[in-house]
Design a protein around this ligand. Sequence first.
Ligand SMILES: *[C@@H]1O[C@H](CO)[C@@H](O)[C@H](O)[C@H]1NC(C)=O
Ligand SMILES: *[C@@H]1O[C@H](CO)[C@@H](O)[C@H](O)[C@H]1NC(C)=O
Ligand SMILES: *[C@@H]1O[C@H](CO)[C@@H](O)[C@H](O)[C@H]1NC(C)=O
Ligand SMILES: *[C@@H]1O[C@H](CO)[C@@H](O)[C@H](O)[C@H]1NC(C)=O
Ligand SMILES: *[C@@H]1O[C@H](CO)[C@@H](O)[C@H](O)[C@H]1NC(C)=O
Ligand SMILES: *[C@@H]1O[C@H](CO)[C@@H](O)[C@H](O)[C@H]1NC(C)=O
Length: 493
Amino acid sequence: MISFQLHIYATLIIYSILQAFALDSYIAAVYEYSVILPNVTGDPVSSDDALALMNKNMDILERAIKEAAHQGAHIIVMPEDGIYGWDFKRDTIFPYLEDIPDPQMNWIPCTDPERFAPAAVQERLSCMARNNSIYVVANIGDKKPCNSSDPMCPSDGHYQYNTNVVFNSKGKLVARYHKYNLFMSETQFDHPKEPEIVTFNTPFGKFGIFTCFDILFHDPAVTLISKLHVDTVLFPTAWMNVLPHLTAIEFHSAWAMGMGVNFLAANIHNTGMNMTGSGIYAPDGPRAYHYDMKTENSHLLLAKLSPHPRLSPTYPVAVNWSSYATSVKRFSPDDHDFSGVIFFDDFTFTELIKPEGNRTVCQKDLCCHLSYRMAEKREDEVYVLGAFDGLHVVEGEYYLQICTLLKCKSTDLKTCGQPVDTAQTRFETFSLSGTFGTRYIFPEVLLSEVQLAPGEFQILSDGRLISQNGTSKPVLTVTLFGRWYEKDPPQPQ
Ligand SMILES: *[C@@H]1O[C@H](CO)[C@@H](O)[C@H](O)[C@H]1NC(C)=O
Ligand SMILES: *[C@@H]1O[C@H](CO)[C@@H](O)[C@H](O)[C@H]1NC(C)=O
Ligand SMILES: *[C@@H]1O[C@H](CO)[C@@H](O)[C@H](O)[C@H]1NC(C)=O
Ligand SMILES: *[C@@H]1O[C@H](CO)[C@@H](O)[C@H](O)[C@H]1NC(C)=O
Ligand SMILES: *[C@@H]1O[C@H](CO)[C@@H](O)[C@H](O)[C@H]1NC(C)=O
Ligand SMILES: *[C@@H]1O[C@H](CO)[C@@H](O)[C@H](O)[C@H]1NC(C)=O
């Protein structure tokens, strides 16, 4: 009884302390940079050579961490593969891996480096966090020995995981996440048997974490929001941009909006691989973002965020994504529909011939409606409205429902859906909606030269994506990108 009361009392004190330290806002940082890549060799390097390369990259990270801390950042996120690069096989990644303990071990590598040694990378990351009083989020490799008592144990006697680690501002390891949805080329890594749902609490909200390709799938990404109600997602990535719908800044900002969370995305900078695009995104729009295909420069982004966006007055209203679209009849007949391909998917398109109008295009169960007015209908640019309802099967299998307005690459209708990054047509208004069967819709607006449109469009509670005053630059695409997770094949494949 007494201990029970004491427990309540202690809990109340701890709660009061947490309240006292809770912040009204916090400063997030993400760092996009050109990782120094290892030389591609057939054979594994020594662990000393591996550490030497990782230290070169950590020298770069350290400067960014100091700068971010100097500018008041509470947390900084580094990209996936940011410490050792890529192009590995199972045996050539091995010298770069460390055994990363469970965060429940309460370990501060900076002050107690021998406890789980050898762990030079974890020690240095922990010291960078501790010395600069900032949370550090990085992506490194974990190895876990196993043996024949485990039928899944790989023949080389250990599991190898693509792993995110988080050190708090005292240098303590507070989170470890093993990437679940590995991209096709990541054969050097194993995926964990079950998706790991990793969260941790801070004075500036509850955090969840996952990596790159994970964002396309239900677990753990959606579960972190729908069941664990995290405030901010940490997202190290090595994202190769694919226009028109899967460019980093476009899709990640749309995911933050569609899921109603803060989202901190740090991408690698490597223009040869089409990798650029990092951002600090809030549910109502981007706070800061960076996209640069012209230089090889690194870039540090900082922005202020609400620790609990759901409590913020600007938190978006709940949306029924099909409400408007199912309440109206077809705007236009299908007599001029044609088909075309976007990133290996067969869309149904209809051309926007007039400078303004109301158009509908359907595929299977999905009908997409568009009302629009262009500033002028140019002779040298063609826009289409497109619909796709089906399973995407290239570079991963996932079910999509997409309504999209986009600029074709040329005036030849056969080029509709191919990547194009500039446009000249301005839209004075648009309103896009669809009869979606899923409630997971990510709204994308991408402007000429691959720029976002913060504050220039809105999502209505009846599911319309609208712009009443047009956008500041010509439009590349306006898209409702839907994921229908229940129709996916079992993951991971
Ligand atoms: C790659 O090889 C070159 C030439 O041998 C060498 O100068 C360079 O330092 C190596 N890079 C790394 C990351 O080891
Ligand atoms: C952290 O600070 C200690 C003591 O000043 C110093 O020895 C160490 O090199 C620093 N490490 C990092 C990674 O900043
Ligand atoms: C290897 O197997 C033995 C029993 O067969 C077990 O006790 C031990 O923990 C295993 N080691 C690892 C690293 O899994
Ligand atoms: C980068 O994107 C361009 C156009 O979007 C494409 O032609 C090229 O193949 C891509 N490069 C890589 C390495 O994927
Ligand atoms: C969304 O709106 C449609 C049409 O008004 C309605 O049939 C459907 O039940 C609504 N969905 C939800 C989840 O409220
Ligand atoms: C499109 O529909 C709206 C609403 O029904 C109507 O006011 C408008 O005149 C239509 N525009 C055109 C060009 O048909």
